[in-house]
Write a protein that binds this ligand. Sequence first.
Ligand code: MG
Length: 387
Amino acid sequence: MGQSRTTALIVAAGRGVRTGAATPKQFARLGGKPVIAHSYHALSSHPAIDRVLIVIGDGQQQSLSEALGDVDFVTGGATRRESVRNGLDALAPDAPAKILVHDAARPLLSHGVIDRLLAALEHHDAAMPVLPVADTLVTSDGDTAGDVVPREALCRVQTPQAFDFATLYDAHRRWPSTRDATDDAQMVRSMGGDVHLVRGDLMLEKITTAADFQTAELRLGTALQVRSAQGFDVHRFEVGKELWLGGILIPHDKGLSGHSDADVVLHAVTDAVLGTIGAGDIGLHFPPSDPRWRGVASTQFLQHAAGLVAARGGVIDFIDVTLMCEAPKIGPHREAIRANVAQILGIPADAVSVKATTTERLGFTGRGEGMATQAIATVRLPSPSLP
Ligand code: MG
C-alpha cells in the first residue's frame, strides 16, 4: 500500500530578504492569500498526491499556522539542500513511492504541470519542468559584452521536480556535506540518474524581488475567474431565545429560533460562499435533522464553506450583507458584525459590508415575526481552462 503513494514536499524555509519586505516572501500575500497557500492548495487538491509536507525555517511555526492552519511540517536547515534532507528524513520511515519537491517561491502551480511530471516519472528516475530561453545570451565582463552563448542547448529549470523517492533519498545521503546543490535534479543526475524534461509554465516563475510580486499579481489576475453568488435566510423571532447576528450576541427582548444558533446573517453568508463554488446549500452540509448541529455556533458553518473555497484554490474578495428587520437597530452593532464575519473568513474588515433596512412594516419582517438576511459573496477561482 505504502509503495503506491506520492508525497509533495514544499520547501518554505527561506527568509526572503531580497523582496525587501519584513515578512518572508512565502508568507506575504499574493492575490489575497499567503504565497505558500497557492502551491499548497494546488498540491493537496491533486488527486494523485496523498500527502503534503512543508519545510519551514526555525521560528516560522506561527506564520505557517496563520497561513494554512494545522498542517504537516518539519523544520529546515541552513541551506536548501539541508532543508530538503530534513523533509526526506521525516518521510523515510513511511516512505512514499514518489516525491515532488517544490519551492514555495513558485506559487502559481497548475495541475497540468503536476500531471506532466507524474506521467514522465512512470519511465524515468526524475522529471523537471523547463522553459526555453528566448533572449539572446552573451557573456559579460562588467559593462562589456562578450561572446554570444548558443541558447538552443539551454533551458530554464523550474520546480516541482519529481523523483522516485528511494533514488532522491539515496542521492541526498551520498551527497558530500561540504558541497551545496541549488536543486535536487542536479544531485540525482550526478549520481547517474536520468532526469527527464517536461514543459514548464510561465505562471510558475519564481518570486524573488518586489517587482516579481507585481508580475505574479498580474499573471494571477488573468488566470482567476471572478464569481458572485447570493445567499438568503429567514428565522422566526421567539421570546426567550438569544439573538446571534454575524456571530455577535445582540441584546434584544427576543431572539431567533431554528436550526443551530439561528444566526440568520452567518447562514445567508454561508450560502453565498457555498454558491460561488456550486457546493449546494447549508442544509446539504449541515442537515437540520442531524442532532449534531442543534444549538451549535454557526461560525463553524461559515468556516467550513470558506475552507471549501480555499481547497479549490479560491480567494474570497468581498461579502455584502443586508439585514431586514424593524428591530433591533443594527447600526450600533454594524462594525462588530463586520469585523467578526471578516475574521471568520480570514479577510480584511473592509472586505465585508453590512447594511440593514426595515421593510416599512410590511410582511413578516414588518410585523416583527422574524428576520431575513441577504448576502452576496464575490470570490476569485482558478480558471478551469488553465493548462
Ligand atoms: Mg438558517
